[in-house]
Write a protein of this length. Structure first.
Length: 173
């Protein structure tokens, strides 16, 4: 092979490697999103939970919620202090999030007042509910008419045949 051919082959190979390595991640606000991984990055996984249909859960199967008093445009959290004890924010120190069944274009992050980085979906900051103690529970659904499980599209989940929510439990704020 001639030198020109070798140089062209190396340049083409380097370009192909660069392009294919970018396929596993997507920039979203301040981090990357990947479809799989084995590190300690948080997970957003779409799963059927009770009569809510498909909602977003974490890697342990715990339902994730959005708070109607937060804002999506611009993304901002208003739940801190005592509120954050009952509704712990979904935070990350990793530079990416593992996903399954969630649109990577909807995932972002915000800086919280305490300096931690909170994951957002559709602009809405995500939270866990401290009273949910087992995977698949959704006890925070409808609390105070302000807390709702998040759908994979970042919308609030609605029950198809749910009993009325107990609005006297958990901090409705």
């Amino acid at each position: 092979m001639t030198r020109a051919r070798v140089a062209a082959l190396l340049a083409t190979s380097a370009l192909a490697l660069t392009l294919t390595s970018a396929c596993g991640a997507f920039s979203s606000d301040k981090g990357r999103v990947s479809a799989s991984g084995t590190d300690n990055a948080p997970s957003l996984i779409a799963k059927k939970v009770g009569n809510l249909g498909s909602v977003v859960t974490d890697g342990k199967g715990m339902t994730l919620y959005r708070f109607e008093k937060d804002t999506a445009q611009p993304p901002a959290s208003t739940c801190d202090g005592t509120c954050a004890e009952t509704w712990p924010p979904v935070t990350t120190t990793a530079d990416h999030v593992r996903i399954s069944g969630v649109d990577r274009n909807l995932i972002g992050t915000i800086a919280r007042k305490d300096g931690s980085i909170q994951i957002t979906l559709g602009g809405w900051p995500l939270y866990r509910y401290a009273k949910d103690t087992a995977p698949g529970e959704a006890g925070g659904q409808g609390v105070g008419n302000t807390w709702f499980a998040s759908t994979p599209a970042g919308k609030k989940a609605t029950a198809t045949d749910a009993a009325p929510a107990d609005n006297n439990s958990g901090y409705g704020y």
